[in-house]
Design a protein around this ligand. Structure first.
Ligand code: NAD
Length: 297
């Protein structure tokens, strides 16, 4: 079975509408997106999010910084957005440019990224990347935000009725935005989880026994037919662009008629990532307009 992400995303949009219908707020949800540098792929992803906002009647604003900017100027801008009552969600487009990280050198490279992310008000952190929100979902506190792609992957598994209890889930990729939150959510569903990364040489040792394989490495053809059994479910998060064409991490042509189910690239996980960014924005909008500040889940 080839899984259609667009159809599943429609369900998320109707859940979002149901959520918004429960509240009477006089203004529209608004997202502010910060881009440092001018990576073409980042701009493309941002435009996709802004287009979806427009379609849903939400507002969006793009703030651009040069890659030679001072990190403190970026953080000052985030602070302004944190205090701006018309802004519900703040998103800093990742990855940060190499030059920006180099110029703003701190003892550990990732600290520049962490410094920026943790300057976002956790109640507006719709990407779920602040330490506060990471802590919340690890601690099963439903008032925080979970990264959109991870929610999308779980929605796909739920949609195709995969009960993860006791299943072996192999996740390839351990980033904070994709691999780690997915692992956490799979653990919550009682799966046995194996996390792999670039230091593991023989990934087929693990994938051969996997019931569910989640690919998030960004390496085309990382998974082929010899590495899986025919009852496996393959969720392909990876995106690579070669000659203007998108590829996932799975060898789709080999696997589509072999495994139990697989997501294509494009048209698999991607539409769900956008849908859950919008869902998180709706959730932030309601939270930020609710004087009782009760949880919205
Ligand atoms: P990242 O670069 O932060 O992490 C990549 C991970 O893959 C790392 O943990 C690395 O160790 C691992 N890895 C790399 N090569 C490997 C190999 N040969 N074997 C095993 N592990 C390997 O990237 P990310 O932000 O987590 O994104 C991962 C991929 O998912 C990228 O292709 C990205 O474009 C894509 N992505 C897609 C969506 C979507 O909506 N479909 C959303 C976010 C990210």
């Amino acid at each position: 079975m080839v899984i259609n992400g667009k159809t599943i995303a429609e369900e998320v949009y109707s859940e979002l509408q149901t959520l918004l219908d429960r509240y009477d707020v006089p203004r529209k949800p608004k997202i502010a997106i910060l881009l440092i540098g001018n990576r073409e792929d980042s701009l493309k992803y941002i435009k996709g999010k802004m287009r979806k906002c427009e379609e849903l009647g939400f507002l969006s604003e793009l703030l651009q910084f040069d890659e030679t900017s001072d990190v403190h100027d970026v953080v000052k801008q985030i602070d302004v957005l944190n205090h701006d009552e018309s802004i519900d969600g703040i998103l800093v487009q990742m990855p940060l440019p190499y030059l920006f990280i180099e110029k703003n050198k701190v003892p550990h490279t990732e600290s520049v990224t962490r410094y920026i992310l943790d300057s976002i008000d956790p109640n507006k952190d719709i990407d779920g990347l602040t330490a506060t929100n990471i802590g919340k979902y690890v601690a099963h506190d439903k008032t925080g935000f979970i990264p959109a792609t991870a929610q999308g992957v779980m929605k796909i598994l739920q949609y195709i009725s995969i009960d993860l209890t006791g299943k072996h889930v192999v996740i390839i990729g351990r980033s904070l935005i994709v691999g780690k939150p997915i692992a956490q959510l799979c653990l919550e569903k009682n799966a046995g989880v194996t996390m792999l990364h670039s230091h593991v040489s023989d990934i087929s040792y693990y994938t051969m026994s996997a019931d569910v394989i989640i690919l998030a490495a960004g390496k085309p053809n990382l998974l082929n037919r010899e590495m899986v059994h025919d009852q496996a479910v393959v969720i392909d998060v990876g995106i690579s662009v070669t000659d203007g064409k998108l590829y996932g991490d799975a060898d789709f042509s080999q696997l589509q008629d072999y495994v139990k189910a697989i997501t294509p690239v494009p048209g698999g996980v991607g539409p769900l990532t956008i849908a859950y960014i919008m869902y998180n924005l709706g959730k932030a909008y309601i939270y930020n307009n609710d004087s009782t500040k009760n949880s919205v889940s």
